[in-house]
Design a protein around this ligand. Structure first.
Ligand SMILES: Cc1cc2nc3c(=O)[nH]c(=O)nc-3n(C[C@H](O)[C@H](O)[C@H](O)COP(=O)(O)O)c2cc1C
Length: 180
């Protein structure tokens, strides 16, 4: 593939100073010579999922979200864990594509980042179940849990830990090779 690769980055945190969003910013500085990253900004504007709204003419925010997914060659998700699960806003976004199928066969990388030593393992496990159900293509090498994220990525979205840098590069390279 000679064209530039389009990756849609989705953070599961709405916080302006989110460490998960910073992980995605850090990832977007890697391989920028071949990848165009778009940050999905609409998570908080999606309506609560309601099957009765999931028609041929869905709400415009849902249509825009689905179009961005369709236009992407791959997706990278980075999520915190809330109350041992996936943040509601992110689960809501995934519910909106169960029947429309934008994730079907889509190469996806899944990262969870937490201030705690668990690395958001429960959220990671849970989102994997959902993404598998909607038939996303997630190679094992495209998954990563980042514990104690504040010691790995600083609040300027700089990677300050060499192991984490190598892990993020490896995740991205695996995603690119899955797309190609
Ligand atoms: C309401 C709430 C519940 C949380 N529950 C968990 C949890 O169950 N497991 C965990 O590892 N962290 C939990 N955390 C901590 C966040 O996952 C952690 O602070 C994370 O780094 C926040 O991500 P962000 O910086 O991208 O917003 C919780 C935080 C909040 C605000």
């Amino acid at each position: 593939m000679n064209e530039r690769i389009k990756i849609l980055a989705i953070s599961g945190s709405l916080r302006k100073t989110s460490s998960n969003t910073n992980v995605l910013y850090a990832v977007s500085s890697l391989k920028s010579e071949i990848i165009d990253f778009t940050f999905y900004e609409g998570l908080e504007h999606l309506p609560h999922f309601n099957p009765e709204l999931d028609t041929d003419d869905p709400p415009s925010s849902v249509k825009d979200y689905r179009d961005q997914l369709k236009e992407s060659d791959g997706v990278i998700i980075c999520t915190p864990e809330y109350a041992r699960g996936v943040p509601g806003v992110l689960k809501n976004a995934l519910d909106w594509v169960v029947s429309s199928g934008e994730f079907m066969g889509k190469p996806v990388a899944v990262i969870s980042a937490s201030s705690r030593i668990t690395g958001g393992d429960k959220a990671h496990e849970s989102i994997m179940l959902t993404l598998e159900m909607i038939e996303a293509n997630i190679p094992k090498a495209c998954t990563l849990q980042i514990p104690v994220v504040g010691t790995k990525i600083n609040n300027k979205a700089e990677i300050i830990d060499s192991t984490t840098e190598a892990q993020l590069k490896s995740v991205l390279e695996s995603l690119v090779s899955t797309i190609n």
